[in-house]
Ligand binder design. Structure first.
Ligand SMILES: Nc1ncnc2c1ncn2[C@@H]1O[C@H](COP(=O)(O)OP(=O)(O)OP(=O)(O)O)[C@@H](O)[C@H]1O
Ligand SMILES: [Mg+2]
Length: 247
């Protein structure tokens, strides 16, 4: 279980997160919805401790990681898989090498065992046999699936998805959403998905958290979101996407 308590974060005097508290239960998928620039990616990076919050604490399985030194954080981070915004594959590595990366860095598995694990992860994302392709040879949807295979290589307990479907067509998005669901149902992975695409959010979420102006505007089930009287929530349900007009 992950608990965020009163997380604050500013950059150069500009407050991005103004006291965000939320919890992620075992095997649960929560979707964080909010406009572009509202701090969704920052929040994920704070959980992974790629960024440090100014105030507030993060409890992971009951331990306050806020006080952890970098070397104490490593085993915690190995239990977490992150699908970064834009997939972020290593362009000079082929697909197999991308998926094998964390296994080579963080385990003592033999090359044979690594090969078997890479094949298992590629099969999970339905990309068996693509190990020798280079990222430049893949479509956007395939890149996301390779990034997912890479993120799941260490058998994470927690997965974080940053805009997993942005820029993909509806059918390809559906495929990614099915994979997110499959990790949850087959491996009991607990997940946080951040997105500004409401239609995709409904396909994966057990619970929604809406962020506005650095604070949680509302949290609830799909029915509660759909029934919300809040104009901000209604506007983006109608619009299908949360837009600030700038995109
Ligand atoms: N490392 C950083 N240094 C300075 N400012 C940053 C940094 N990271 C993020 N910010 C700022 O924090 C705010 C929130 O950024 P963030 O990337 O979390 O937005 P987001 O909600 O993920 O948006 P999007 O939906 O477009 O991805 C933005 O104003 C951004 O410019
Ligand atoms: Mg972002």
């Amino acid at each position: 279980m992950i608990e965020l308590i009163d997380i604050h974060k500013s950059f150069e005097g500009k407050q991005v997160l103004k006291g965000v508290s939320l919890s992620l239960g075992d095997g649960e998928t929560i979707v964080i919805l909010g406009r572009s620039g509202c701090g969704k990616s920052v929040l994920l990076k704070i959980i992974l401790r790629l960024l440090k919050q100014d105030q507030g604490s993060i409890l992971i399985d009951g331990s306050d990681t806020t006080r952890y030194r970098e070397e104490q954080m490593m085993p915690v981070r190995k239990r977490m898989g992150m699908l970064f915004q834009g997939a972020a594959l290593f362009d000079s590595f082929n697909v197999g090498e991308n998926v094998a990366y964390a296994l080579r860095e963080h385990t003592k598995l033999s090359e044979e065992q690594i090969g078997a694990k890479v094949a298992e992860c590629l099969e999970f994302v339905e990309l068996s046999g693509t190990g020798r392709l280079m990222p430049s040879e893949l479509s956007g949807g395939m890149k996301k699936r390779v990034a997912l295979a890479r993120a799941m290589a260490l058998d994470p307990v927690y997965m974080f998805y940053d805009e997993p479907t942005t820029g993909l067509d509806p059918l390809t998005s559906r495929k990614i959403n099915q994979l997110i669901r499959k990790l949850q149902t087959e491996r009991n992975v607990s997940s946080i998905v951040v997105t500004h695409e409401i239609a995709n959010a409904f396909q994966v979420a057990d619970r929604f958290v809406v962020i506005k102006d650095g604070e949680i505007l509302m949290a609830g089930s799909a029915a509660e979101i759909k029934g919300s009287k809040l104009k901000f929530v209604q506007d983006f349900i109608k619009g299908g996407i949360i837009s600030d007009g700038g995109q």
